[in-house]
Design a protein. Sequence first.
Length: 386
Amino acid sequence: MARKCRRICKVEDSKSKKIVVQSKDGIKTKTKEKIRDDLGSGRIINTENTNKGNANNEILDIKALERSVLKSIIGQDLQVRQIITAIYRAIYFKSMKCNVLVIGNSGTGKTETIKQIARVLNIPYTIEDATKYTQEGYYGADVDEMIYNLLENAKFDVKKAEKGIIIIDEIDKKVGHEEHDVSGIEVLKSLLKIIEGTTMKIQLPTKTWDDDKMIDFDTKNIIIIFLGAFSGLEKIRDKRLNTNPLGFTADNAESKEKLKSRFLKQDLVKYGMPEEFVGRIDTIVEMNKLTKEDLSLILRKSRLSIFRRYQRELRKMGIVLSYDGKLFERIAEESISLDTGARELSNTVNYIFEKIMYDIFANPQKYKQCILDLDIVHDNTKYKLS
């Protein structure tokens, strides 16, 4: 079946962002880009290329990036460090491909961690749902679309996109299908061309239909990050550990326990992932399952806390929000009971403020204080405006 046509859109001229300076040593091209996090803070990244071909790229100190990300991501300190280290390795060691697999349940912060890192470092990224892709030549999207989407998010700056991040979510949903299933394992195999690093022909958008507008796109420096819940994978790991593998005895139980804290590639192969695919994954990160205390801290301290956003918006309207600190624990308990991690926090908080915001919008500038009762988690009429 014929592949879908690309949509036509205007290509932005990235050259307009460059400043050319004449000096005694020759012509230097400087590019300055200001990046900002969600709260509006930013720093300058300078990339300076001389006519001799030397390059000096300044990026945020790794510890500063870690501190910034941990202001948003709670309960995943080690995992954030693992992911950041893998990304910095890819940035500094061009000869080393970076293909990361992040395993974790819904609501543990897999996607948000990568987004925060990419935003702070000003790296273009695209988030792809693995379930919509099929083998090339069949109905549905193929892996070339991922590169196109990355280019689009980089405003068609090819050089910048070639150092971008492709986040492929729900990769575990492609496992367990029969061999030659165009929507399953064959998709994983077709991903090998961007995982390994190759040069691909990609069609750029033009003002008119022009099938010959093609570019060479080098994928060797793209950072690929796979995400998935991999339900049941822990059972495969436990079975491996209980068979007393070669080298484990009663005397080295400590080594066995240490190994139990991480998944191995052989676990992924037994789960159903193609061996040639698993062999190209460089780093495996397992996200923690968030506890009630973690969820409470997200509400209290995370820059992404939806509760804090409501609090800030009400403050702008001149309304002080009053509540018992135990309210956060009540909200966290609600999310824990549904086993959806941090995702359920926004649903619960939005429910809490639903009637409050209606009353405030219906009577603007009337109220100065809003008092929340602990029972508002289950009955959103339990509040008082004055």
